[in-house]
Design a protein. Structure first.
Length: 669
């Protein structure tokens, strides 16, 4: 089997690499996934490494699934054992295998952001601070995590925040231990502690994995880099794929220095640049190349279109009066693209800030153009989904966080005072919360509430088996799941809490979707308790197996959410100063310019940009002007329409006049 067929010379060089550090600088649309798949498959096929000796670390479960599938299609059963997944799923798997060494139980839970907030807010109540109500929980969590990782708190935070984070950090870590859980940050930090305190675990991994590969390397943070270094330390067979020009996540900890310094940090590192772009026309890339060339700290790289022989339109810039006009323009443009053969799903509208999306969304609704907002709230961020994930989790892996969430949801007459009594009893007697619930008499809970608790815990105890085996509830797992949700009283609760029928339908739809995802998950594996455990882990890591479903809808999304995607036609809305670079969030100008570059390079055939002359800000209409990123490039690279519309051609003008005269000559009724 030839793994180099159809590849260009640079791709061939990357796929043929066997040993030592390799940096693949993969420009936008340069076929990096093909390179990763071909290199992985070739290593297995040519017996340079067995599948179970290769680990591929990615940033999305979707890309890991795609890689595994494509390798398996080519090498068959020999691909079994290949480890591909996100850093967080790697950390979770490692901790599951070594739970005793980190002082957790085999069924430890993982807190998501809202659960983490709840824990921090609970801890805040214990702190004697007269001004603690004014503190932002998310900011505190960020600072606590910095301290947990051994980093210093950056300049710009108030001293009170700094002091409070120092006080809360040990309390937060102790609380995680008490609850028998970790959090998302812990999925990266705990493996590093494990390597330090139990070097035999690291030695075992280094022996197991002879080839390490990392996708989207420009997005790695300090902890992820430490993990990568640790795994590759013995043999240095480390291949990283990324593009420093697409590093746009500095605000959430990504360190661009990881990719910029890689050739210096790893001896005898080979660097291969993938500059041939298979996505965009040459006119789109000309604009992108000139925009990104203004950044000084970068690996020099120029994208060359493989479609350079084809006739292509220049990117177009439209100047609109205000955001209402801009939203109407977007609708007109989408309709016009439809006359040129573009489907709704071929079109993406990108913007820097979510607040811009509202105007465009309402215009699309008025025009009855179907759309989807990508990169928004995941189904598993919805309260209803989180409630039922907690139900499933509590039924097989009991923990205090899940039980507290659902013990009175829907209301069962077990109020805050009862829960507090049980908590105090648990703490005083060295019991976990679940055990204390069973010992409700000793905790001083009245008979009626105690029996309700017993009844609920008995119901939970048989929940997994009924879901998997009880055909009287329905023939499919989704039917059984929905029946159990109804049985718990949750559906009636949603109905009572929803003031409008439409609101209730939306909430219940979340339950139906969870049921379908659960069914799909069980059907792909087997109807066992272990499958439910895997389902919980997958959902905690936001691995939605239905995320690939594609409908004929216009895609609305932020620049950040668009990374890794491509569309035949792209509209970049609001390319204005104070929006891009963003006045409040755009402190790193180079990163904001990279964000603009990412937006440009999503387009395959058609690129349209807009900016307004005035925009309403904080209720006041203010004059605005084009982004510096647009003003600093050569105007010959795009066609500018100062009046927000293309001039009408002779043929189109005659058609318009003809239509007008026809209307005039029509007899009046």
């Amino acid at each position: 089997m030839s793994w180099l067929t159809g590849l260009n010379p640079e791709q061939c060089a990357a796929v043929s690499h066997n040993e030592g550090p390799l940096l693949i600088l993969a420009g936008a649309g340069s076929g990096k996934t093909t390179v990763l798949v071909s290199r992985t498959g070739r290593l297995i096929d040519e017996r340079i490494a067995k599948a179970n000796e290769i680990v591929v670390l990615t940033f999305t479960n979707k890309s890991a699934r795609e890689l595994k599938h494509r390798v398996q299609v080519k090498v068959g059963d020999r691909a079994k054992g290949l480890w591909a997944g996100t850093f967080h799923s790697f950390g979770l798997q490692l901790l599951r295998k070594n739970y005793k060494k980190i002082g957790l139980s085999s069924h430890f839970g993982v807190l998501d952001q809202s659960d983490t907030q709840a824990v921090v807010k609970e801890l805040l109540k214990e702190v004697k601070n007269s001004t603690k109500e004014k503190f932002d929980a998310d900011k505190l969590i960020n600072l606590i995590n910095l301290l947990r990782a051994g980093k210093s708190i950056p300049v710009g935070y108030l001293d009170e925040y700094h002091e409070l984070a120092e006080v809360l950090k040990p309390k937060y870590e102790a609380k995680l231990k008490t609850l028998g859980v970790t959090d998302f940050e812990g999925l990266l930090l705990e493996p590093l502690k494990l390597f330090k305190n139990h070097p035999e675990v690291l030695t075992g991994l280094q022996s197991q994995f002879s080839q390490i590969m990392v996708d989207e390397f420009q997005d790695t943070n300090i902890e992820q880099m430490k993990l990568i270094r640790s795994l590759a330390d013995r043999h240095q067979n480390l291949t990283v794929v990324g593009d420093d020009d697409q590093s746009i996540y500095g605000w959430r900890g990504a360190e661009i220095s990881n990719i910029l310094n890689f050739p210096h940090d790893f001896k005898n590192c080979k660097v291969i640049k993938l500059e041939r772009n298979y996505r965009s026309t040459s006119t789109i890339l000309d604009l992108g190349n000139e925009v990104i060339a203004k950044n000084k700290k970068r690996h020099g790289k120029v994208l060359i279109s493989t479609k350079s022989g084809q006739k292509s339109d220049k990117p177009e810039v439209f100047v609109l009066e205000n955001e209402d006009e801009e939203a109407d323009f977007v609708v007109r443009e989408i309709k016009m693209l439809g006359t040129q053969g573009f489907l709704f799903s071929d079109v993406a509208v990108l913007y820097r800030s979510n607040t811009q999306g509202g105007f465009i969304e309402s215009s699309l609704r008025r025009a009855q153009i179907p759309y989807a907002i990508s990169g928004g709230t995941s189904i598993f961020d919805r309260k209803e989904a989180k409630d039922w994930l907690a139900y499933i989790k509590q039924s097989i892996w009991p923990d205090e966080v899940s039980l507290r969430r659902i013990i009175n949801t829907p209301p069962r007459g077990i109020g805050e005072q009862t829960i507090e009594k049980i908590s105090e009893f648990a703490e005083a007697n060295g019991q976990d919360f679940q055990t204390a619930c069973k010992n409700w008499r000793e905790a001083g809970i009245n008979e009626k509430q105690g029996e309700t608790i017993d009844s609920f815990l008995r119901w939970l105890w048989v929940f997994p088996q009924r879901l998997l085996d009880d055909t009287t509830l329905g023939n499919t797992y989704s039917e059984r799941f929905e029946k159990l949700v109804r049985e718990s009283g949750y559906r009636d609760h949603l109905s009572k809490m929803s003031t409008e029928g439409l609101m209730f339908e939306k909430k219940w739809q979340v339950i139906e979707i969870v049921g379908r995802i659960l069914e799909s998950f069980i059907n792909k594996r087997s109807p066992e308790i272990d499958t439910l455990k895997d389902f919980i882990d997958a959902m905690l890591l936001r691995d939605d197996p239905n995320e690939d479903d594609k409908k004929n809808q216009v895609q609305l999304m932020t620049f950040h959410a668009s990374k890794g995607l491509e569309f035949p036609a792209v509209i970049l809305a609001g390319i204005e100063e104070d929006l891009l670079p963003h006045k409040r969030l755009g402190g790193d100008l180079d990163e904001e310019r990279r964000l603009f570059y990412v937006g440009i390079t999503r387009a395959q055939k058609k690129l349209i940009l807009t900016y307004c002359r005035q925009r309403k800000k904080m209720g006041v209409i203010k004059g605005v002007f084009a982004s510096r990123f647009l003003r600093e490039v050569n105007e010959d690279l795009y066609t500018n329409f100062e009046h927000g519309a293309r001039p009408v051609t002779g043929e189109a003008r005659e058609s318009l006049v003809g239509d007008f005269l026809k209307k005039l000559n029509q007899p009046r009724t």
